[in-house]
Design a protein around this ligand. Structure first.
Ligand SMILES: [Zn+2]
Length: 247
């Protein structure tokens, strides 16, 4: 079946194809992750080539043909712009890392409107002034894990069910247990880090505390948690740059 699809979409990745075209992977609100070919986009004078770059948020129309891996672009324009993202390195690095994580964590043709909402909320929050990219990334990572179905259980020990005061992260599964049940683990989460993560879980992204509130220990834990659960997540290309600018 052939149909023209209209949807909001976020550009995940864009690669050159032949001498004038682009192959673009997008995460769309209504159809999930898709790949499209934009013929002649790099030569067109209307700026389509620049539009089809991560992490742009587009209103997209494309021709969908069942059974085909690559769909065909009809038109694209900005759905929203986030001008402050390119204003400094930390903000743009956070946006690129978030987009790459989303790409690694999702499959083609699997619509996940809540994940779409999460990434768009992140871009909006990164664009707001002032905003703390580190804090926002930690929020994003925790809620990404939640939407993907492996949210860490932050309140009670996975083994004995007692409320967690501090926690030990188990090596393989990444579960949190109380130090009594599992004295050894890959990482210790102290009382403050655990409280911080719970706060992050319950707060709306627009109500996060101001710059300087992010917890390095929580950040390390969240990344490790995603690495444990998503294939390929530990090979994120944009992670090296993101880590460099933290130091
Ligand atoms: Zn326990």
């Amino acid at each position: 079946m052939i149909a023209d699809h209209q949807t909001e979409a976020l550009v995940l990745r864009s690669v050159n194809y032949s001498d004038s075209s682009l192959i673009v992977r997008l995460f769309s609100r209504d159809y999930g992750k898709i790949s499209i070919i934009a013929k002649g986009a790099r030569r067109s004078k209307d700026g389509t080539g620049a539009l089809l770059q991560p992490p742009n948020h587009l209103a997209l129309t494309y021709r969908h043909k069942d059974g085909r891996d690559l769909q065909t672009l009809i038109s694209a324009e900005f759905e929203a712009r986030y001008p402050n993202l390119s204003a400094d390195m930390a903000h743009s690095a956070a946006a690129m890392l978030a987009v790459e994580m989303l790409d690694r964590a999702t499959d083609e043709d699997d619509p996940q409107p809540l994940l779409f909402r999460l990434i768009i909320a992140l871009l909006g929050a990164l664009n707001a002034q002032p905003s703390d990219p580190l804090l926002l990334m930690q929020f994003y990572q925790l809620h990404l894990a939640r939407q993907l179905g492996f949210a860490p259980q932050l309140d009670t020990c996975i083994h004995c069910g007692r409320p967690l005061v501090s926690a030990v992260v188990e090596l393989v599964a990444g579960h949190l247990s109380c130090p009594g049940c599992r004295p050894e683990g890959s990482r210790q989460l102290d009382r403050q880090t655990l409280a911080y993560l719970r706060q992050l879980e319950r707060t709306h992204i627009n109500q996060l505390a101001g710059p300087g509130q992010a917890s390095p220990a929580a950040g390390d834990y969240l990344l490790e948690h995603l690495f444990n659960h998503v294939d390929g997540m530990s090979r994120l290309k944009s992670l090296t740059f993101w880590r460099e600018i933290q130091t």
